[in-house]
Design a protein around this ligand. Structure first.
Ligand code: ZN
Length: 220
């Protein structure tokens, strides 16, 4: 089947929506108690997709789907956060209650900003570079710009800029919190060069994302 780019884009957006609807329909086990923590600066890290529907595949050396690789990135971010006094970082997954479950727990915890982790994919193996998606210019624009600049400087790949959600993709995620929220797409899982850079620089990428969030929350 040959699809024109517009049809492919709309089908991809629909697939994301279906993922979310299915995840939200799953029974959610009881909520664990979340310690409130003491830091004023609380950063929620939401791992994109879920164990059951793990998102796009990344080529070697990533050799994993988005969810699994980004669980690793989130763990690097947790350890990077220990270098920043006054920052509390908590990782949320969409495995229980889908998007609404993850963002509901982040909101209840008192998140002051949120970063949702993904990577990109395209039909063309040439598509490359780093982008950040945000939902509302006034609420998210400055945070998106800071996060995007941090990723571009640490990865050194093409700067695709900050974008509003397209065809519904990401629109739901980014409307679930009243605080600055972004979706990061550091590179393309469908591009070998991007995968090599992302995987080799996963630790520095995590540290750069955390440092950008700390600076942003300090100024906020
Ligand atoms: Zn994704």
């Amino acid at each position: 089947m040959i699809l024109d780019p517009e049809a492919r884009r709309r089908l991809t957006a629909l697939a994301y929506e279906l993922d979310d609807i299915l995840a939200e329909a799953e029974p959610a086990p009881p909520e664990p108690a979340i310690a409130s923590g003491t830091a004023d600066r609380r950063l929620a890290v939401v791992v994109g997709h879920s164990e059951a529907r793990p998102g796009a595949a990344g080529l070697a050396p990533i050799a994993a789907r988005e969810y699994h690789w980004n669980r690793g990135l989130a763990a690097f971010m947790e350890s990077a956060a220990r270098d920043h006094k006054g920052l509390a970082l908590r990782v949320f997954t969409r495995d229980r209650g889908g998007l609404r479950g993850a963002y509901g727990r982040a909101r209840d915890w008192g998140a002051r900003a949120a970063i949702e982790l993904h990577f990109n994919a395209a039909a063309s193996a040439q598509a490359s570079g780093t982008e950040t998606i945000y939902g509302d210019k006034a609420r998210d624009g400055a945070f998106a710009a800071a996060v995007q600049a941090a990723m571009v400087s640490v990865l050194g790949m093409r700067d695709r800029g900050c974008k509003l959600p397209w065809a519904g993709r990401g629109a739901t995620n980014l409307s679930l919190l009243a605080v600055p929220s972004v979706i990061v797409e550091p590179g393309f899982g469908s591009n070998r060069g991007d995968c090599r850079v992302m995987h080799e620089r996963r630790g520095p990428l995590a540290a750069a994302l955390v440092a950008a969030a700390v600076d942003f929350l300090r100024a906020a």
